[in-house]
Design a protein around this ligand. Structure first.
Ligand code: MEV
Length: 309
C-alpha cells in the first residue's frame, strides 16, 4: 500500500524578516507545492531527487534524518515531487518538510490522519536543518493550507497561527525575478546590521509588524485596496532594511504599472527571488503575468483548502 501527502508552498503577504524578531506576519498557502509518497521498505529512507548540488543533497539527507527520527522511523521509502520553483522565496523547503512529515506520520500511525500540530512539529525538525533558526512561518503556513496571521514572540519555542476568514479572495500575480542567496545568509546578514544598529532596525521591525496587523484586518474586512497599500508600504520598509535589489524593485514597479493594488518582494529577498502583486481580479492578475516578461503565475488565495491557480 502506498501513502501520499501534499505540502503547499506559501507567499508572505506582509511581515517577512520582522517576524524573526517577534513581529506579526501574514502569509497564505498556494496551490503549488510538494507531493510525497511512501511505499513499504525495509527501513526509513528518502529517494533524493537527481541533479541536486552536493551541499543540497547533504542538507536534504540530514533534514530527512531529523524528520524520520521525530516520526518514529516507519519502514517506508519516501519519494518527493515538486511543481514549486526552488529557492525563490515561495517556501519550497517548508512545503517539502510538511509533505515529508505528513507522509511519515501517516506511515507511523496508519489508522489516523496526523494532526496539524504534529505535522508542524516534525516539519520544524526538517526546517531547522535547512534554515538554522526559522521563525516557523513557512512550514506553519504550509501545514495549515490556509491564509494565516502568525507570530512567534521573542524566546518562544513555537509560533502561534490564526487561520483567517477571507471574505474577498486575494488574486495574486507571482513573478520569479531570479536566483538569490540562501535564506540563511540573507537572515544572518540582516542580523549583523540589526546587532550593530538595534534601535534603528528595531523601529523598522516595529513598523512592519504594525503594517502587517493593518493588513490582517484588511483581509478580514475584504478591503483589497487597504491590503495593497500595506503591501506597498511593507516593500518600502524591506528596502530600508536592505533586502531588495534593482531587479526586485523593477518588477514591483512594473506590477504596479500593470494595475496592482499593491506589490512587494516576498520571502527572504536580498539579491533575487520572487515578487507578488495583488489585483482586484484574477483576470487582471493573469494579464499581468503574461505582460511582465519574466516567469510568472497566478494564485488566488481563498479560505483554507479552496485554492485556485
Ligand atoms: C522566509 O520565507 C521568511 C523569513 O522571514 C525567515 C523566517 O521567517 O524564518 C525571511
Amino acid at each position: 500500500m502506498s501513502l501520499a501527502a501534499f505540502g503547499p508552498g506559501k507567499v508572505i503577504l506582509l511581515g517577512e524578516h520582522a517576524v524573526v524578531y517577534g513581529a506579526q506576519a501574514l502569509a497564505g498557502a498556494i496551490a503549488r507545492g510538494v507531493h510525497a509518497t511512501a511505499t513499504p521498505a525495509s527501513s526509513c529512507t528518502l529517494v533524493r531527487p537527481t541533479g541536486l548540488k552536493p551541499a543540497v543533497r547533504q542538507q536534504l539527507a540530514a533534514a530527512f534524518e531529523a524528520a524520520a527520527e521525530a516520526a518514529g522511523r516507519p519502514a517506508v521509502q519516501v519519494r518527493v515531487e515538486s511543481d514549486l520553483p526552488i529557492s525563490m522565496g515561495l517556501g519550497s523547503s517548508g512545503a517539502l518538510s510538511v509533505a515529508v512529515a505528513r507522509v511519515l506520520l501517516q506511515a507511523s500511525a496508519p489508522s489516523g490522519t496526523p494532526s496539524a500540530r504534529r505535522v508542524t512539529e516534525v516539519a520544524l525538525e526538517m526546517e531547522r536543518q535547512f534554515h538554522g533558526t526559522p521563525s516557523g512561518l513557512d512550514h506553519t503556513c504550509s501545514a495549515s493550507g490556509a491564509v494565516i496571521a502568525f507570530r512567534k514572540r521573542k524566546g518562544a519555542e513555537l509560533g502561534t497561527a490564526r487561520t483567517l476568514e477571507v471574505p474577498t479572495p486575494l488574486p495574486l500575480a507571482v513573478v520569479l525575478v531570479g536566483e538569490r542567496s540562501p535564506t540563511r545568509s540573507t537572515v544572518a546578514a540582516l542580523r549583523e546590521r540589526q546587532a550593530r544598529w538595534p534601535v534603528r532596525y528595531g523601529r523598522l521591525f516595529d513598523q512592519i509588524g504594525r503594517t502587517a496587523a493593518e493588513g490582517i484586518a484588511a483581509v478580514e474586512q475584504g478591503d483589497l485596496a487597504a491590503l495593497g497599500d500595506a503591501m506597498n508600504v511593507n516593500h518600502g520598509l524591506l528596502c530600508g532594511l536592505g533586502l531588495s535589489s534593482a531587479a526586485l524593485d523593477a518588477a514591483v514597479h512594473r506590477l504596479r504599472s500593470l494595475g496592482a493594488l499593491g506589490a512587494k518582494l516576498t520571502g527572504a529577498g536580498g539579491d533575487g527571488g520572487a515578487v507578488i502583486g495583488l489585483f482586484d481580479s484574477t483576470a487582471k492578475a493573469r494579464r499581468a503575468t503574461t505582460s511582465i516578461g519574466l516567469p510568472a503565475f497566478t494564485s488566488t488565495l481563498t479560505r483554507s483548502e479552496e485554492h485556485t491557480t
